[in-house]
Design a protein around this ligand. Structure first.
Ligand SMILES: [Zn+2]
Length: 423
């Protein structure tokens, strides 16, 4: 079934308010798909009743009271909770369009924000109603304003959890390779040591950070290899200061030692984790640290560097990532869904879901990661599942993505806060 603008117009009146462009509120709607994935399990023949911005009821469609509801038939479709992207950078665009260095150093901030508004819209239209945006990469606190514009309905976009600038140890991050005689703006905030770190964490929180992101290692070794940055004590301090305000700390880490320190310090998720070993993944399991593997990012950058996927054998980096990801699964580490989208195109977030399946997860497990697991790991108690009382953030796709993950790209309808967004 194909929805058209005229279908929505006849069902709900004009889709958008002319002045604000904000979708009109649709209240009391009974959605009747073929099946419902509730964030944990698949139910054939279920329906979902939405009242205002919340889910009112879910269960066998025949049992749902529809007397005062508009009924929307979603024949052939699966209805899922709005998907939660765990690792985005709405202020970045693909590196094969413009290198990361040039985005940070040469693009005007207004240009980056203009692009970000389009990225936000494309993300929402792809069925991702929440993003955890892990750093503006040189655009200071612009994620805070972007989030406000979305929350106020000025522009369409997903709900945002923002990290603002992110924290880096002095000298460790990028852009690098310039004359030591000039100070080059960095893609995140440099801070070190007791007082400076406390100030930086509190400043980021004060300016709107929902989560603190640290780079526990980065490519600054003698051979440009990744090496740990912050000491264990520095990481513990960051976590302690963030936690006392009720905020989690998450860590970029790709090395064994960077991951070990981040885990022991109490960081709640490890981003990337490429160099993980069975011992490190056992430690993650023990400390209930989740892994956000970002497999799509490595897949994308390898191709930007010339790898012809499907024609040439997989580069060493990809082969190693397959091995370490499998080790993480075998260790029982909780897997977040998050692709590092921005490295590749916003709206193409499903690429990570397809790759998680390609790398060894079952479609149902990958879909849990993108819904209930991410909600739990990110402390979002109001979404991530289709349950009475939760936000009516929903996505309808053609077919059954629990059987064939590719169906997740066939988005036919997106609902945010009970408002129907045009696909
Ligand atoms: Zn990232």
């Amino acid at each position: 079934m194909v929805f058209t603008a005229s279908f929505f117009s006849s069902a709900f009146g004009p889709l958008e308010d002319d002045r604000t462009g904000k979708p009109k509120i649709a209240s009391n709607i009974l959605f009747k798909p073929d099946r419902v994935f509730d964030g944990e399990t698949l139910h054939e023949g279920w329906g979902v009743l939405v009242k205002g911005e919340k889910i009112e009821a879910v269960g066998p469609a025949a049992n749902l009271r529809s007397a005062e509801a508009d009924v929307i038939d979603l024949k052939g479709m699966t209805l899922l909770p709005g998907l939660i992207e765990g690792h985005s950078h709405l202020l970045l665009h693909p590196y094969n369009e413009t290198t990361w260095d040039d985005q940070v150093l040469k693009e005007p901030r207004a240009y980056r924000i203009a692009r970000a508004t389009v990225h936000a819209r494309n993300t929402l239209r792809a069925g991702f109603t929440t993003v955890r945006d892990l750093g503006t990469e040189g655009a200071d606190y612009d994620d805070v304003g972007l989030k406000q514009a979305i929350d106020q309905g000025i522009i369409p976009g997903p709900r945002m959890i923002v990290a603002t600038r992110a924290l880096i140890a002095t000298g460790s991050y990028a852009p690098k390779g310039f004359s030591p005689d000039v100070d080059v703006p960095q893609g995140a905030e440099e801070a070190d040591g007791h007082d400076r770190l406390i100030q930086a964490v509190r400043r980021q929180i004060g300016k709107g950070a929902d989560v603190i992101k640290v780079y526990a290692d980065y490519r600054w070794g003698l051979m440009s290899e990744a090496r740990p940055t912050f000491t264990l004590d520095e990481l513990k301090l960051i976590v302690e200061v963030a936690r006392s305000s009720g905020r989690p700390t998450v860590a970029h880490a790709t090395t064994v030692e960077g991951m070990r320190r981040a885990i022991l310090a109490g960081c709640e998720t490890i981003e990337h984790g490429d160099g993980g070993t069975p011992e490190i993944f056992a430690l993650m399991k023990e400390h209930a640290t989740a892994l956000c593997p970002t497999v799509a990012a490595g897949d994308a950058t390898s191709q930007y560097r010339g790898w012809k996927k499907g024609v040439e054998p997989e580069p060493e980096r990809i082969r190693n990532k397959r091995i370490s990801f499998k080790q993480a699964l075998e260790a029982g580490v909780k897997i977040c869904f998050g692709g590092d989208v921005g490295v590749f195109a916003h709206g193409d977030n499903a690429r990570e879901l397809e790759m998680l399946v390609d790398y060894g997860m079952k479609p149902l497990e990958a879909l849990r990661s993108a819904t209930s697991v991410n909600a739990d790991v990110f402390h979002l108690t109001d979404r991530g599942r289709i349950r009475p009382g939760l936000l009516a953030d929903l996505v309808a796709v053609e077919g059954d993505p629990t059987k064939s993950i590719g169906a997740i790209r066939k988005v036919r309808m997106v609902v945010k806060s009970g408002e129907i967004i045009k696909p």
